[in-house]
Design a protein around this ligand. Structure first.
Ligand code: FES
Length: 190
């Protein structure tokens, strides 16, 4: 889309660019900036996380100032600005989830994984993040895995079973899909 693309080494695949073009086409001509969230999501899916160069590339592709893409990428916690583990767990700690025990769930997750919020296990399997309301307050505490799958009512006593289920689901994925390389379709719930 843009004629002045920075850093050719960051180039996204033709499939990813086609997915971004599809999102851009949803908006009137000249309003391609509106597709920035989708474009960043697609870029992250392909690259695994959003390096500065990737964000700059997306901004250039959309012909918008880089700062506009950085503003989005650094605001929403579904975007990862550094590499994450194969299983990225984002636990909601907003008020309804907190009132329903999210902090106790967080403590149990940290204990069983041996990491704090914002950290990844040494084997690269697990990343734990803190999230904002997912709109699942009636089923608190809620956790979103890899930006795509929501798990509800994860009380501390369910943490071990939850971790086991997530690990098994990822083990059953084809190799090409187990490293943030899934389809470029929008997530079901975000
Ligand atoms: S406060 Fe946690 S899902 Fe709404």
């Amino acid at each position: 889309m843009s004629e002045a693309m920075p850093n050719a080494a960051i180039v996204l695949s033709a499939e990813a660019l086609a997915a971004i073009d599809y999102e851009v086409a949803k908006y009137p001509a000249g309003k391609q900036a509106s597709a920035v969230m989708s474009a960043l999501r697609i870029a992250q899916k392909e690259k695994g996380y959003l390096a500065n160069e990737t964000i700059e590339y997306v901004a250039a592709y959309l012909s918008i100032p880089a700062i506009r893409a950085f503003e989005v990428a650094t605001f929403y916690n579904m975007y990862d600005l550094k590499p994450v583990g194969q299983n990225k767990l984002c636990l909601c700690t907003n008020l309804p989830c907190m009132l329903n025990g999210a902090l106790k769930t967080a403590a149990e997750l940290k204990k069983q994984l041996g990491i704090d919020f914002g950290e990844t296990t040494a084997d690269g399997e697990w990343t734990l993040k803190e999230g904002e309301c997912f709109g699942a307050c009636a089923a608190a505490p809620a956790i979103i895995v890899n930006n795509e799958k929501m798990f509800e009512n994860i009380t501390p006593d369910k943490v071990a079973t939850f971790l086991q289920e997530v690990a098994e689901q990822n083990q059953n994925k084809p190799a090409a899909q187990s490293q943030s390389k899934e389809s470029t379709n929008p997530p079901d719930k975000i």
